[in-house]
Write a protein that binds this ligand. Structure first.
Ligand code: COA
Length: 181
């Protein structure tokens, strides 16, 4: 059984970052993340067309956290409480002891190692606190920056094309001693 108890919300801290829960005042940054064409180029999801869409999205995310269905962190830079990206764990399966990971950064904050730093902490949390044995990432096969990030953690291509969308590939990482190196 997975240790899925997300209240109080698990704030995670790294050298440069604070990963905290989304709040309504993040709506402008969430709107940008979910409407910017560059960020959404390889993402097959409903975009935000208005600030209200972004606000509804934040509320939905926090409802799912309250139900222990998923975790969604705002990535902020140290003492500056401004959101620069998000990272989430979702699609938990108690039966298969696994979950999925998703992530995104505002364009101005890409290329600085911010997601690597955030993902390292979140992967550690998934394996060592929630106790999943496997983390999966579904991504567009041309999403090179995402593949590059997953490579850094030794995620492997599952080589199982998605039946509903042949452009999607699945990468996975299993919990092993190697991940602690
Ligand atoms: C996927 C995504 C989060 C990757 O962001 P990123 O900033 O490239 O990722 P990282 O945090 O690993 O940073 C790596 C880059 O920072 C550079 N860097 C600078 N300072 C660094 C530091 N202190 N530590 C590590 N890397 C550093 C690295 O050299 C690397 O640059 P490169 O790509 O030119 O080689 C980003 O491209 C994104 O948001 N894409 C849109 C959303 C998306 O597709 N999400 C994935 C869904 S599956």
């Amino acid at each position: 059984m997975l240790n899925r108890s997300f209240t109080p919300f698990p704030i995670l801290i790294t050298e440069r970052l604070v990963l905290r829960q989304l709040v309504i005042s993040d709506e402008q940054e969430i709107f940008t993340l979910r409407s910017d064409s560059e960020i959404n180029k390889y993402l097959n999801r409903q975009v935000s067309n208005t600030i209200e869409d972004a606000r509804n999205f934040i509320n939905k995310v926090n409802e799912n956290i309250n139900k222990n269905d998923s975790l969604y962190w705002a990535i902020t830079l140290g003492d500056k409480n401004i959101l620069v990206g998000t990272i989430c764990l979702f699609g938990f399966s108690d039966e298969n002891s696994k979950c999925e990971i998703g992530y995104e950064l505002l364009t101005n904050f890409q290329g600085q190692g911010i997601m690597k730093e955030a993902a390292e902490k979140v992967i550690d949390y998934a394996f060592n606190t929630i106790k999943v044995q496997k983390i999966e990432a579904f991504l567009h096969r041309d999403n090179q920056s995402s593949i590059k990030l997953l490579d850094k953690f030794s995620f492997r291509n599952s080589n199982e094309p998605d039946k509903t969308n042949p452009e999607l590939i699945c990468y996975h990482l299993t919990n092993s001693i190697d991940n602690l190196k």
